[in-house]
Ligand binder design. Sequence first.
Ligand code: PBG
Length: 331
Amino acid sequence: MTNPPRDLLTSRPRRLRSTAAIRRMVSETRVHPSELIAPMFVREGIDAPRDVASMPGVVQHTRDSLRKAVTTAAESGIGGVMLFGVPAERDAIGSAGSDPDGILNAAIRDVISEVGDSIVLISDLCLDEFTDHGHCGVLAEDGSVDNDATLQRYAELARAQAEAGAHMLGASGMMDGQIGFVRSALDSDGFSDTALLAYAAKYASACYGPFREAVDSQLKGDRRTYQQDPANGREALREVELDVAQGADVVMVKPALPYLDVVASVAANVNVPVAAYQVSGEYSMVEAAAANGWVDRDAMIMETATAIKRAGAQLICTYWAQDLATLLRQQ
Ligand code: PBG
């Protein structure tokens, strides 16, 4: 056997992989529970939690089971909860969203009285769960989504959510000007401490399928007139720049894994925290493959979270937040 040429071996990267302790010491990326946000669903008019079939392990909560789930999340050190409401009644303008007694606003109050400031409560600021047509905004006569009329509704929802005690509002509707409009509505009503998380770069993705079951979405058609074209990367920077200029406290890229290039370029271009939302379809794909024994579930959970952080996201919104907190404790 001839020895390999000497010059190939002056640098041996494998030295730093030789033991678990060395690998741990030189690891560039760590996931911490405080950077995780757990999305949760609360449904009006049910007396026991309901499974979401396309998202094994995820449920639609009752107000009571939600309170307990958020308490558990706070105790396990997770950073935040992202709350979505599923109302019993829907109409064209999503009235239930701004009704102080609507399911989302009532649940915000429940949760805050239970956990106070021990975990960050982020509420979904959007109309799609509340409208009978399923769009994220109100419709004009011709059936198109009316941007500016929608902003008025977002301001009303924002006031109701801030009043109920949400710490941060997750503006997920992708209307132009939504961050600035909601910010000034909140400020003029005395809610200047309520933070805004902007779904700044949100793509019209096929990965939202299971979520639409989770919120019982009424949508027929698609959201391509307001969510971004998956083909566009630079456009994300434009969206993010506008949201930061309008007062976004946190910007989010969504989905996560298919858009890690966008996460990286956004992280390189802003000075506010960057979040990435590992969405329902990303979750369900792994759960389905793991249920078939095709992938190692825990390893996939850890690897995907690490990859999202490595790309530049500081915060990860993920249905595995609780599982990750447990896995991280066992490390
Ligand atoms: C809409 C909204 C969606 C998600 C979060 N907020 C769905 C959509 O745009 O159709 C998707 C989240 C997920 O898939 O996990 N306000």
